[in-house]
Design a protein around this ligand. Structure first.
Ligand SMILES: [Zn+2]
Ligand SMILES: [Zn+2]
Length: 319
């Protein structure tokens, strides 16, 4: 099994399974990538593997390889006082590259929903490191393990100095590098925001220090440029806000469309790669039937309770 020759673009993508935050379907995305001649399609929804089956199915119909992933919510440790503060969590992009990776991703998903749930299904970094086999991981978006602290977005924990936050970033990256080795990637994004430029710069700096490659992603939330308006409307519906209110929560960027390799290529500098070259041979053989197992054993506790109530119902009916 050697390195696959076909590069893998558009690593970080969301569909409507990232509820009220993205406006394309797995089918839309796979079709678009197929038309462009891509061989791989990845999905990294917020905190859920829900779109994995659709991705797998749509890819299989077009002889493409599904890259099953998740933009996990994370906290440093469930024991941290900060982990008890609602809304204080980061994002981290994870993609499975093998059957073992898929199994680990399901375990992590399960832990996040059952053990780490607070506002969002959160995973602690030590668990991510423990179940790293077969997974690749990136430094994510502006709310990633680098960006969140660098930008001082930890407004829930006031009074932390820049030096303190940088030390925390370094601790995280050191930990991830130790566990994931060559499967850790820096992620820089193509957003025109000054905050993103700051994060990109610091990611490149850390990449030199900890010796990991950097990839460019689009953090895709919709198919084409013109879908920005629909995306804004969806965000407003989700947050119960008005589209004509200038203080609404719509994203401060309109650049979240599915980028062409050429568009990603333009952002390439300082040895940055626009694609991930990884041995994906084993991914194409991922047995998605194990999804059924995941559907039954994992997910929200509410779903589990619902299921047991169904079971009770069926027992009653059988009587
Ligand atoms: Zn994110
Ligand atoms: Zn994202």
């Amino acid at each position: 099994m050697g390195m696959n020759a076909t590069p893998f673009y558009n690593f970080h993508t969301h569909t409507h399974y990232s509820v009220k935050d993205a406006v394309m379907t797995p089918k839309n995305m796979v079709e678009a990538l197929h038309e462009r001649g891509h061989k791989y399609a990845a999905l990294t929804e917020h905190g859920t593997l829900g779109s994995s089956y659709e991705l797998w199915k749509e890819c299989r119909e077009r002889d493409m390889t599904p890259c099953l992933g998740c933009e996990c919510y994370f906290v440093d440790s469930y024991e941290d006082p900060g982990a008890n503060v609602p809304w204080n969590y980061g994002h981290i992009t994870v993609v499975a590259t093998s059957q073992q990776g898929w199994l680990n991703l399901k375990i992590l998903h399960d832990i996040a929903w059952r053990v780490g749930f607070k506002v969002k299904p959160r995973i602690q970094l030590s668990d991510l490191c423990k179940y790293n086999e077969g997974l690749i991981i990136t430094t994510g978006c502006m709310r990633g393990p680098v960006g969140y602290d660098l930008l001082g977005n930890d407004k829930f924990l006031t009074g932390e100095s820049v030096a303190f936050r940088k030390a925390r970033i370094n601790k995280r990256i050191g930990m991830l590098k130790k566990a994931f080795g060559p499967r850790l990637f820096g992620e820089v994004q193509l957003l025109e925001l000054p905050e993103q430029v700051t994060v990109n710069k610091y990611v490149r700096k850390l990449a030199k220090k900890y010796d990991f490659p950097v990839i460019v992603t689009g953090d895709t939330h919709y198919l084409c440029k013109k879908d920005t308006d629909i995306h804004d409307a969806v965000i407003c519906i989700g947050r119960k806000e008005r589209i004509d209110d200038p203080t609404n929560s719509t994203y401060p960027t309109n650049q979240l469309w599915l980028k062409m390799p050429s568009e990603l290529e333009r952002a390439r500098k300082n040895g940055t790669s626009t694609s991930v070259r990884i041995n994906y041979e084993s991914t194409s053989r991922i047995r998605i039937s194990s999804l059924r197992l995941w559907k039954i054993t994992s997910c929200v506790q509410r779903a589990v309770r619902f299921r047991s109530s169904l079971r009770r119902q069926s027992v009653t009916l059988a009587l």
